[in-house]
Design a protein. Structure first.
Lengths: 206, 206
DNA sequence: TAGATTGTTAATCGATTAACAATC
DNA sequence: TAGATTGTTAATCGATTAACAATC
């Protein structure tokens, strides 16, 4: 019971608790109960306590959980203590939107570079980030020690680019391209296809 | 065993199979085996067959599954047979990116309207969709019989707008705002916070 | 036929839920 | 103390996996 192995659904909920906690902190709230958190997320309080058990987060009977401590622990578990440098591959409309999405700084990443195959976009500055050509990928990743890449290309060559990223030292890939990616052991891939998420919705409507 | 109840992970994978199948169809492939599909998605072939069992999709021993039939069945299950009218709430950078994301037509929805709180955006035309003020939400939803809404507002008032959407007749909400939403029985909500997805990645890196 | 592939059953695994003992 | 809330154990549920029988 030393290797902290947190279930994926729990990891996702931890991030959701954090968003609520940041609001509570602004309101100056010191303690929060599992019941209050549960209500915000439309889940049961037992699930909150179970999640905190997995995360080894402790509360106090009758008082609840201390807000600043909770925030600190969740940040630590998610590696959100300070934004880590990241790059984005594909500076189309989605990539552009992501470069302008300020919340990412709070979610542990900060874009230090963006790449595109289209030479017309190269040299442009989007929200303070310079667009480079995809050929310069390796040099930037290596020189800046970047570990996280976000894929916002429409498709095509995705697996080839992934292989290059991995070779250059990338350890985590967040993939929005409409193709599921694979990567070798030791490299984390989170596939975030809009199609999957939308399928769950449309399947239930009508 | 009449009420087709398909597990959510299976629904998500069905959409991923479809993306692969559309490519195979372009290549003129007639049949595909569970093994071939599994390899594309980095999963096991047994899982593919189990998914097809849930979906009541039939194949032929030794031949595999017929590609056009598979596409047709998955489209039917996901309600992707023809694009359904949808609206988008929040015409910021993410909303704009989504309005320009052409794949959605293939994923069962088509944006017929967009709304924003910022009056400076009202009247603008983004990728052929006119931006209306959020106050006109009800009239558009009701007059066009729209059932699906996508939330791309940065936060604030989200739950209030949700209640209005539901009252106006919306049956499915795809929520990108950094707040989990709840809705009454009969209204589907799919929460798609970037924070949750990203948390799974960053937790594993470093 | 032999062999490849589907289809299905049963075993396993892991997350959720229920219930209540422990604590302040 | 009484009562509220945490913390934990055990039961349940549901998805995945393994294995193999059925089929062409």
């Amino acid at each position: 019971m030393n290797t902290l192995e947190i279930p994926e659904p729990t990891v996702k909920r931890l991030s959701s608790y954090l968003l609520v906690l940041l609001q509570l902190q602004e309101q100056g709230k010191r303690y929060v109960s599992s019941n209050e958190l549960a209500d915000e997320l439309f889940i049961e309080s037992g699930k909150v306590r179970k999640d905190f058990q997995y995360a080894r987060i402790k509360g106090r009977p009758k008082r609840g959980y201390e807000v600043p401590y909770l925030i600190q622990e969740i940040d630590r578990i998610l590696n959100w203590t300070g934004p880590k440098p990241a790059i984005i591959i594909g500076a189309g409309s989605l990539g552009t939107a992501m470069l302008g999405y300020e919340n990412f700084n709070r979610y542990g990443i900060k874009f230090m570079g963006a790449f595109d195959v289209d030479r017309r976009r190269v040299g442009m500055d989007i929200h303070g980030v310079k667009i480079s050509h995809i050929d310069d990928l390796e040099s930037v990743v290596k020189s800046k020690g970047i570990k996280i890449a976000v894929m916002t290309l429409p498709g095509e060559n995705i697996q080839e680019i992934t292989d290059r990223l991995v070779k250059a030292g990338i350890k985590g890939i967040w993939n929005f391209a409409p193709v599921r990616l694979g990567a070798p052991e030791g490299v984390a891939v989170v596939n975030a296809q809009f199609s999957e998420s939308l399928a769950v919705l449309t399947q239930q409507v009508d």
